[in-house]
Every structure is written in structure tokens, then in C-alpha cells.
Write a protein that binds this ligand. Structure first.
Ligand code: HEC
Ligand code: HEC
Ligand code: HEC
Ligand code: HEC
Length: 451
């Protein structure tokens, strides 16, 4: 344990004493409010801070509990293993300090521009006495402000739905869960990482629900439900929500002063190594649908997901292809027309309206999973030529789907498929040196192993 972590565990325990007091009060308030819910508006809810969840008998157990519905060591997992707990501390590190200097901010750890995603930057009136901004991305960043449900949710027989009524965010709903992740991992009108921030040193943002859930130290019990194909559903739903969130975000970006916003374009159209003309895969590929030399739109949030829409609803897939072709054509001009981009993005978002819900609730099995893997790897050319970010999404998708598949079905050539997928990742090690034709050839290898 680092000193920093130790200090926070300690602070957590001190927080508990205070919180039990607050929780007791909230419990009474919660009960009476629940009783009068129909006649009285709810009191303002506040952020109490991670310390409020850290009691050993609540979520701060050191070892996971096997007898209970939840692990009860969620706080310990978060504080010792989850990068989210360090998100605020990162703002005092060397990269953030230099970023602040480049961007002309007094300090990163006080700048609303950074606190928006690295902590809970709530107004003073929404912070309880125990709240501490240094908790970074903590329990309430994802689960919602806790003052109203903190006390009640510890009572016997209390349900998740009751907590949700008192302001708990419903992370169990997969669509809402993804939307929450994307607020920080994609961006919104008020929380964003633009190219100026990237140029100052911020890592580029990308997301894929199933892979990110697998990377985030899980503090919830699996399986939450007994669905063997859960990860396939998570992948598909994550993709649908992501595309829809991107279309909304793109509309917001058309309103900003800085336009076009380079983060929406293919990074490596600008940031690639120049090679001898006979070795250039870009010249060999050509520049379909745009002027040679104009940086293209980054289609990575659609081009892989397209396979899923084909499986779910072929006519919707055709419709989406058409409206995304409009987004792409306009965005891939040197000076994209804001109004045209906003209109196509709006049209696409509308077409996506209930797709995520459909994908979240449809049944999954081995046939659908195999069809998706074959379809994605079979679309090798279109995906690979669309650039490094699209290739990255394809690698993550094939990996997620393969892991789900091989967990449920014995594959005679499992080791070969695994190493072929590893070969995809290898090609992404140096994104500036990415080569579309080489990636396509590796995708075809994966595809051949799936037949
Ligand atoms: C839209 C949300 C958002 C905003 C706003 C934001 N960040 Fe981040 N930041 C993230 C996410 C998400 C990551 C993790 C990226 C990943 O690994 O996929 C991150 C990672 C970082 C990292 C790297 C941390 C590490 O572990 O190496 C630094 C440093 C950083 N951000 C600094 C800043 C600074 C400084 C600002 C303000 C100028 C800022 N961020 C604003 C979302 C944001
Ligand atoms: C980055 C987002 C995030 C953060 C931060 C976070 N959680 Fe979670 N939590 C989730 C997700 C996603 C789930 C799984 C879906 C669900 O069950 O709601 C979950 C599940 C849980 C569950 C299981 C719920 C159930 O009904 O099975 C508990 C308990 C929990 N979290 C407590 C905490 C506590 C305590 C903290 C802070 C120490 C915390 N979480 C921080 C996202 C987060
Ligand atoms: C309030 C903003 C916020 C929300 C909501 C959020 N994250 Fe994060 N996430 C961050 C920041 C900031 C970082 C970078 C932390 C650091 O490295 O210091 C991060 C880092 C991560 C990482 C580590 C990435 C890496 O490169 O190792 C994973 C995985 C992750 N988040 C998954 C999720 C998932 C899954 C959800 C939704 C259940 C989620 N996050 C919700 C802000 C957020
Ligand atoms: C339209 C061209 C273009 C696109 C697209 C673009 N950039 Fe840039 N980027 C630039 C230019 C120009 C600079 C400034 C280079 C300089 O000052 O030397 C820059 C600077 C940077 C820098 C800092 C310079 C360095 O070498 O560290 C980073 C990091 C960066 N961009 C990342 C990205 C990422 C990630 C994307 C995609 C999300 C992206 N860029 C998309 C043109 C682009």
C-alpha cells in the first residue's frame, strides 16, 4: 500500500464515524419522505463523499464476502486498485502540470475544465460536510449523490428500485450505465477533451464497454444475472449507446468556436509517418469520397458496430449506412459545413433512438456471436482502410466476442484464434506506423479460422 492509499483508507475510517451520524439522520428523512413522496418534492440531494461508503460492515470490508449479495469490499477495491480513485491526484502529476502550463491554467487540480471528469465538481450547496474533492472519480460519480438513500439503503428489505427513486443512478441498466461512462470517456457539451488538450498532453479518449468493464477492477458480483452471453450484449449495447452519444456530441461541437474539431477526424490521417511513395498504403488505397489530402472523419464508432445493426435489423442498417455516409462526406471536407453536419448527426441520432434498448434486451446465443465475429472479420477491407481507430475497435470487438464465445463453446482451434487476435493488437502498438493492408490481411486470417 502506498502512503497515499494508507492515508485515504484512514481518512475513510474517520469519515465513517461522521457518516453514521449523517446516515442516521438521512435514514429518518428518507423514510418520512418515502411516505410523503406523492405530496412533497424531494429535499435537495447532496454528495457525501466516498468516506460515507467505507465502513467495514458496508463497502469497506478488506476481504470479499461470499455469503452476501454484494462483495462489501467495493471501497477497498476502488481505493487500492481502481484508477478512478487516483483521477484527482493525477491532476497534480507532471503531465497535468505541464498541460496546465501549456493551456494557461493556474493549476489543473483547481480548473473546472479538468475537475469536470477527474472529480465531482459539484457546487458548494450540493456538497455534504464529509465531501472531499480529492476522492476523484468516486462512488457517487457513477452511482449518483447519496445523501437521500445512504441511510435507507442499509435497511433490511430495501430494494434497488427504492434507492433509484431517491436519486441513485441506475448503473444496473446497461444503457444508462454506458451513458454514464461516456460522459467522461467520450465527452459532452460541458465536459470535453478537445484537440487543444490533446496537443497539451491529454491521452486520447476512446471506449468500448465490455473491454473497459473488464479492465476496471470489478467491484460487483458476476454474474449479476445468469446470462452466459452477457458480454456479447454488453459489447453490442455499448456500441449502440456510444454511436448515439457521439452523434449528440458532434451536434454540440458544431456550436463551438473551434471548428472543425480535430478530435472528430482520423488522428493518423495527420499524425502518421511519411514513407517512400512506393511504400505508402494510403496512396495505394486512394481517397474515395473526398479530396486527396483532406483529413477524413473518424468512423470507428460506426464501422464495426455496423455488423451488429445488420444482424438486428437489415433495413435499419441500410438507413444508418446512408445517414452516416452523409456525416462522413461532410466531415471529410477541409471546411465542413456546421449546419449540414448537425442535421446529418441529428438524423442519425434519431434513427438510433431505440436501437440500444433493442440490443440490450434481445436474446444472445452461440449463433449470433459467431455471426458477429465472422461478419466483422469478413469486413476486413472496409474496416482496415478506415484507419487505425477503426482497426482498434475491431480488435477490441473480436477479442470481447471471442472471449465470450470460447467461454461457452469448445473451439477446436481456440489457441490459433487467440494468437491471430493477438496479432491484430500487435499491429496497433505504434499507431503512427499503422498499415491498412497489413491489418486487413491479419483480419482475414482471423476470419479464415472462424470457418
Ligand atoms: C471529458 C472528460 C475529461 C476531461 C474534461 C479531462 N479529462 Fe483527463 N482523462 C479523462 C479520461 C477518461 C482519462 C483516462 C483515459 C484512458 O486511459 O482511456 C484521462 C486521463 C488523464 C491523464 C492521464 C492519467 C494517467 O493515468 O496517466 C491526465 C494527466 C489527465 N487526464 C489530465 C487532465 C487535465 C490536466 C485536464 C484538464 C485540462 C483533464 N484531464 C480533463 C477524462 C477527462
Ligand atoms: C466508474 C464508475 C463506478 C464507480 C467509481 C463506482 N462504481 Fe459501483 N458499480 C459500477 C457499476 C458499472 C456497477 C455494476 C452495475 C450495478 O450493479 O449497478 C457497480 C456495482 C456496484 C455495487 C453492486 C450493486 C449490486 O446491486 O449488485 C455496489 C455495492 C457498488 N457498486 C458500490 C460502489 C462503491 C461503494 C463505490 C465507491 C467506493 C463504487 N461503487 C464506485 C460503477 C461504479
Ligand atoms: C466522472 C468521470 C468518469 C466516469 C463517469 C467514468 N470514468 Fe472511467 N475514468 C475517468 C478518468 C478521469 C480516468 C483516468 C484515471 C487516471 O488514470 O488517473 C478513468 C479511467 C478508466 C479506466 C482505466 C483506463 C486505463 O487506461 O487503464 C477504465 C477501465 C475506466 N475508466 C472504465 C470506466 C467505466 C467502465 C465506466 C462506467 C461504468 C467509467 N469508467 C466511468 C473518468 C470517468
Ligand atoms: C487535421 C489534422 C489533425 C488531426 C486530424 C489531428 N491532429 Fe493532432 N495535431 C495536428 C497539428 C497540426 C498539431 C501541432 C503539431 C505541432 O505543433 O508541431 C497536432 C498536435 C498534436 C499533439 C501534440 C504533438 C505531439 O507530437 O505530441 C498530439 C498528442 C495530437 N495532436 C494528438 C492527436 C490525436 C490523438 C488526434 C485524433 C483524436 C489528432 N491529434 C488529430 C493536426 C491534427
Amino acid at each position: 500500500m502506498t502512503n497515499m492509499t494508507k492515508a485515504r483508507v484512514l481518512r475513510g475510517l474517520i469519515g465513517v464515524v461522521l457518516m453514521l451520524l449523517v446516515a442516521g439522520l438521512a435514514a429518518t428523512a428518507g423514510q418520512s419522505r418515502a411516505g410523503k413522496a406523492s405530496t412533497q418534492a424531494a429535499a435537495p440531494v447532496q454528495y457525501v463523499g466516498a468516506g460515507g461508503c467505507s465502513a467495514p460492515a458496508c463497502h469497506g470490508s478488506v476481504r470479499p464476502m461470499t455469503q452476501t449479495r454484494i462483495w462489501q469490499n467495493e471501497y477497498s477495491t476502488w481505493v487500492t486498485q481502481d484508477k478512478h480513485s487516483r483521477a484527482y491526484a493525477m491532476l497534480s502529476g507532471p503531465v497535468a502540470t505541464r498541460m496546465a502550463k501549456i493551456l494557461g491554467l493556474p493549476a489543473a487540480n483547481t480548473a473546472p475544465k479538468c475537475l469536470a471528469c477527474h472529480a465531482i465538481d459539484a457546487p458548494a450547496s450540493d456538497r455534504a460536510r464529509t465531501f472531499d474533492i480529492a476522492d476523484g472519480v468516486s462512488c457517487e460519480s457513477c452511482h449518483g449523490p447519496a445523501s437521500a438513500w445512504l441511510g435507507p439503503h442499509t435497511t433490511v428489505g430495501w430494494t434497488h428500485e427504492q434507492s433509484v427513486k431517491l436519486g441513485m443512478y441506475d448503473t444496473r441498466d446497461i444503457v444508462q450505465r454506458t451513458e454514464r461512462c461516456l460522459e467522461c470517456h467520450l465527452g459532452t457539451k460541458n465536459k470535453y477533451v478537445d484537440h487543444e488538450m490533446l496537443a497539451a498532453g491529454h491521452p486520447d479518449l476512446y471506449f468500448e464497454l465490455d473491454s473497459f468493464e473488464a479492465t476496471m477492477p470489478r467491484h460487483w458480483k458476476q454474474p449479476l444475472e445468469q446470462d452466459a452471453w452477457r458480454d456479447v450484449r454488453d459489447w453490442g449495447t455499448g456500441q449502440a449507446v456510444q454511436l448515439s452519444a457521439e452523434m449528440k456530441y458532434l451536434q454540440d461541437l458544431t456550436q463551438r468556436e473551434q471548428w472543425p474539431e480535430y478530435t472528430q477526424l482520423d488522428c493518423f490521417a495527420c499524425h502518421h509517418d511519411l514513407v517512400k511513395t512506393e511504400n505508402s498504403w494510403r496512396q495505394q488505397r486512394g481517397y474515395a469520397g473526398r479530396k486527396p489530402g483532406s483529413p477524413p472523419w473518424n468512423p470507428s464508432r460506426y464501422i464495426v458496430f455496423r455488423e451488429m445493426t445488420r444482424v438486428v435489423d437489415a433495413s435499419l442498417a441500410t438507413k444508418l449506412d446512408a445517414s452516416l455516409a452523409n456525416v462522413s462526406a461532410e466531415m471529410s471536407r477541409v471546411a465542413p459545413d456546421r449546419a449540414k453536419v448537425a442535421a446529418s448527426a441529428n438524423e442519425t441520432a434519431a434513427a438510433l433512438d431505440d436501437l440500444a434498448q433493442r440490443i440490450a434486451t434481445m436474446p444472445y446465443d452461440r449463433a449470433v456471436t459467431l455471426k458477429l465475429m465472422r461478419g466483422i472479420s469478413g469486413d476486413a477491407d472496409a474496416i482496415s482502410m478506415a484507419g487505425e481507430r477503426s482497426a482498434e475497435q475491431a480488435a477490441m470487438a473480436l477479442n470481447s466476442l471471442f472471449l465470450a464465445y470460447s467461454r461457452n463453446v469448445k473451439m477446436p482451434n481456440e489457441a490459433d484464434v487467440r494468437s491471430a487476435i493477438a496479432g491484430l493488437y500487435q499491429q496497433l502498438q505504434n499507431p503512427s506506423a499503422y498499415d491498412g493492408f497489413q491489418f486487413a490481411a491479419q483480419m482475414q486470417k482471423v476470419n479464415a479460422l472462424l470457418h
